[in-house]
Design a protein around this ligand. Structure first.
Ligand SMILES: *Cc1c(COP(=O)(O)O)cnc(C)c1O
Length: 394
């Protein structure tokens, strides 16, 4: 094409780099359009097959690579990526629920998971109930003919009660109801969601906010949906395609870079958080520290059975909450947070920076499900990667 002008030659350049480049990091593909060799190949395209490529939104070598690694991490066989953890949660609920169905959500679930069923699904004629995850009998009572999906979360959001996850999953399996676990806290490391150590008791779907530990940088928002059943995966994948959920190649690149250090970082967060939680639990003014690996914390025995079954240290992420003595009101607790050194005030977790957030628990729980037994206000700490005790007020 010697007569083409420079603009055309810059686009249709004949150079093709030699094949065989190999390096520790996978290449990064960013594309909307994917070329087909000819019209016959275009007509033969199979949107649902992962053996080839059709359009950037439906997968690139980069997204397929991250999906495979996340499926391996969680002990699953398929994975879908969504633009945030919450988008992954919404994808699961939107895919599996129809008008007239009911979804069950733990009363101590991640707040926006509850807001989704109350503020969106309810408008489409999808019912919901909040259940007490500490009581498998309550879940058994809540499962009805219309129940098509049960959300699980371990531990509970902010209050960190650890449920008997194998019992809850086994119950749902007996009743033939699909289970989806929000596995952001466990990150695929603390326990294996598809193998909960009792026969037949694994979850059907494991969702993670990769935003937290998988990213580790506090600079990426992404979610994953891992399954072990091809039919279930294809159902979710169809919804994923129809909703147009996609992730950017640059964000996937960041995740692929972070994933090899996930286990190291998770252990470091965990060790620092336990040190700080133990220290705080004996300070005057603190009524109680909620951390699943601390004896006396709600569900500690369930945590031990699932996350430290060999009697060792186990794994427990970098989160804990402190309940203040009832004589400290919300203003005192806010002042405590404002005086913290090193800890910044902000949501999310899993990044290098330690964070603290005061919460008003009674307003977050459904009184009919879970009576909040503690009088005082609560602060949730997310411990970053700095030395643990350096951050507290003098
Ligand atoms: C942060 C979080 C989410 C949502 O993740 P985003 O990427 O922020 O949307 C979901 N579940 C849990 C338990 C979380 O902590």
């Amino acid at each position: 094409m010697p007569d083409d002008d420079i603009a055309t030659r810059l686009i249709h350049h004949p150079y093709v780099p030699p094949a065989g480049f190999a390096a520790p990091q996978p290449g990064v593909s960013k594309a909307s359009t994917v070329f087909f060799a000819d019209t016959a190949a275009l007509r033969a395209r199979r949107w649902h097959s992962r053996a080839g490529y059709t359009y950037g939104l439906h997968g690139t070598p980069t997204t397929f690579t991250l999906e495979e690694r996340l499926a391996t991490l969680e002990g699953g066989t398929q994975c879908l990526l969504a633009p945030s953890g919450l988008a992954a949660i919404a994808l699961v609920s939107l895919s599996l629920l129809r008008q007239g169905d009911e979804v069950l959500v733990p009363d101590n679930a991640y707040g926006p998971t509850k807001a989704l069923v109350q503020g969106e699904l309810a408008h489409w004629g999808i019912g919901h109930r909040f259940y007490d995850a500490a009581d498998p009998q309550d879940l058994a009572r809540c499962i009805g003919l219309a129940t098509k999906l049960v959300w699980l979360e371990a531990p509970g959001s902010v209050t960190l009660e650890f449920p008997d996850l194998p019992a809850l999953a086994a119950l749902c399996r007996q009743r033939g109801v699909t289970t989806a676990l929000d596995n952001t806290w466990g990150a695929g490391l603390a326990f294996a969601p598809f193998d909960l150590r009792r026969s037949g008791a694994g979850v059907d779907i494991s969702v993670q906010a990769l935003t937290k530990y998988a990213s580790g940088g506090g600079d990426v928002l992404m979610g994953s949906v891992v399954t072990r059943d091809e039919r279930l995966h294809q159902r979710l994948r169809g919804t994923h395609m129809r909703l147009g959920l996609g992730v950017g190649g640059g964000d996937v690149e960041a995740l692929l870079r972070s994933l090899p250090t996930l286990a190291l970082r998770y252990r470091a967060h965990d060790a620092a958080a336990r040190e700080l939680a133990r220290w705080l639990s004996v300070q005057p003014g603190i009524a109680r520290v909620l951390h699943p690996a601390l004896a006396g914390s709600p569900g500690h025995a369930h945590w031990r059975a699932l996350c430290a079954p060999d009697g060792g240290e186990g794994l427990a992420a970098g989160l804990f909450s402190a309940v203040f003595d009832a004589r400290f009101g919300p203003a005192d607790v806010d002042a405590f947070c404002d005086r913290l050194r090193r800890f910044r005030i902000g949501y999310s977790w899993g990044g290098p920076v330690s964070l603290a957030v005061p919460y008003d628990i009674p307003s977050m729980r459904t009184a009919s499900v879970t009576a909040w037994p503690h009088a005082g206000a609560l602060v949730r700490f997310s411990v970053g990667l700095a030395q643990a005790l350096a951050g507290l007020p003098a």
